[in-house]
Design a protein around this ligand. Sequence first.
Ligand SMILES: [Zn+2]
Length: 159
Amino acid sequence: MQYALFKAFLDAISTLTSHQKNTLNKALSPELKATTHQPNLSTAIEQKFSEQPSCPHCKSDQIKRWGCSDGRQRYRCKSCHKTFNALTGTPIARLRHPEKWQAYLNGMSHSATLRVAARECGVTLHTSFRWRHRFLAVLENDQGNDLGDIVELDETFFA
Ligand SMILES: [Zn+2]
């Protein structure tokens, strides 16, 4: 939208009736949700995995979906019969508190120190230290650099 038009649009907002404001709000909220949607490392790993799933134990691609656990799709290998999810075998497979990962990664992107990142996410310094290593390992393994858009690491974090 052209700036002048947008300005007129903004000015017009104050003249809306409350019913019109409601309607506008309804029209905007899905849009806003879409644009403010935070990319998420664990979702991205799952998505990447689901495009070409294979068993992390025996590398077979003969696998099938096997319910969900902790909000993650599980799979079962038809060859070795083991179950797994997209994170199995990755450095972050056993990390706890996945709901805090993204905030932590965002802290990493903004070169927060370990101490600050830990405090902001409510994890201990010890956890923060371990997480940093695991997440860096995941990113280093990410050869297609598919996760690069999600975590733009500050180089100081590699130091
Ligand atoms: Zn297998």
